[in-house]
Design a protein around this ligand. Structure first.
Ligand SMILES: Cc1ncc(C[n+]2csc(CCOP(=O)(O)OP(=O)(O)O)c2C)c(N)n1
Length: 328
């Protein structure tokens, strides 16, 4: 398998943007600059990047509480993302959604979601609309291993399978649900094994290998576009950071995390892979990284200067009809 240099540069750009953006978010949060709560996606960049590189702006994704990587991979602009996480008026949700509710309908990013397992039915709805309108769009639903134990998992996959909807269920199995290891909450060896119960195909991929994810997603997405219905893909990875920034992580050792990151860092592996194969040059990777670091810094600078929303906007944008007045 070989890839075009432009494609590889775009892949690298996605993964490095996620990494740099998230490193900065972690730093800002610990520095007390960000309100709310943030969950980092560091170490899982290959999954969102590999999947979304098969999608167009017309396709849909639904995301999770760990959603920055999905947004960036789908093409969201990091300036309004950063502003949103700062709670500023210039943010994607005018500063009222925060990290867990970033959405950009113009690129089919239907939203991060603070409700674990909240994306399944939204993705199925989007896929049903696409099927009814015969648009050939697909929807990808990202969810975690913990979320796979919610009831909506069954309801959504069963309906999507029965109606052959163009939706990909993409489980990011990072081995942890908050403080709980996968093994203590889930009896099956693989989440993908459950596909049999719905009569749909499944695939298990190394979620730290962006090429493996890209290729598996390609097959499933093409199948969905052609009317073949849903696929369940399980991307095996590992949650490198705490459940949230500030998590004391009393439930695992630092040595375990370090060992996994050294072995499985998707970004480091991508770089050594493309350099070893002579697909890209170190100088161009460095150039991309420098540019993205500048872009992230610029996003922070403008978010810091931007205004907070006005108090009188507290109840606006809650419903589509702007005339709804909850205070009345
Ligand atoms: C319906 C619901 N139940 C519980 C929570 C609290 N909660 C937030 S994240 C999380 C764990 C999710 O684990 P997983 O789906 O594996 O995703 P990961 O955090 O590993 O990315 C829980 C229980 C929630 N936000 N929503």
């Amino acid at each position: 398998m070989s890839y075009q240099a432009d494609f590889l540069r775009a892949l690298y750009r996605k993964m490095v943007t996620i990494r740099k953006f998230e490193e900065k978010i972690g730093e800002l949060f610990l520095g007390g600059e960000l309100p709310g709560f943030v969950h980092l996606y560091i170490g899982e960049e290959a999954i969102a990047s590999g999947i979304c590189s098969n999608l167009t702006d017309e396709d849909y994704i639904t995301s999770t509480h760990r959603g920055h990587g999905h947004c960036i991979a789908k093409g969201a602009n990091i300036k309004p993302m950063m502003a949103e996480i700062f709670g500023k008026k210039t943010g994607y949700c005018k500063g009222k959604g925060g990290s867990m509710h970033i959405a950009d309908f113009s690129i089919g990013m239907l939203g991060a979601n603070g409700v674990v397992g909240g994306g399944y039915t939204l993705a199925v709805g989007a896929a049903l609309a696409a099927k009814m309108k015969k648009t050939r769009q697909v929807a990808v639903c990202f969810f975690g291993d913990g979320a796979s134990n919610r009831g909506t998992f069954h309801e959504a996959i069963n309906m999507a399978a029965a109606w052959k909807l163009p939706v990909i269920f993409l489980c990011e199995n990072n081995q942890w649900a908050s403080t709980t290891p996968y093994r203590t909450t889930t009896a099956v060896e693989n989440i993908a094994d459950r596909a049999v119960g719905y009569g749909i195909p499944s695939n298990i991929v190394n979620g730290n290998d962006v090429f493996a994810v890209y290729e598996a997603a390609k097959v499933a997405i093409e199948r969905a576009r052609e009317g073949g219905g849903p696929t369940l893909i399980e991307a095996k990875t590992y949650r490198i950071k705490g459940h949230f920034v500030g998590d004391p992580e009393m439930y695992r050792t630092k040595a375990e995390v370090q060992e996994r990151f050294e072995k499985d860092d998707p970004l480091k592996n991508f770089v050594s892979d493309v350099l070893a194969k002579g697909w890209l040059k170190k100088a161009e990777l460095d150039q991309i990284e420098t540019k993205i670091t500048e872009e992230v810094d610029a996003a922070v600078d403008s978010a810091r200067k931007d205004p907070y929303p006005d108090d009188n906007e507290l109840y606006s944008d809650l419903y589509v009809e702007s005339e709804v007045n909850l205070r009345a």
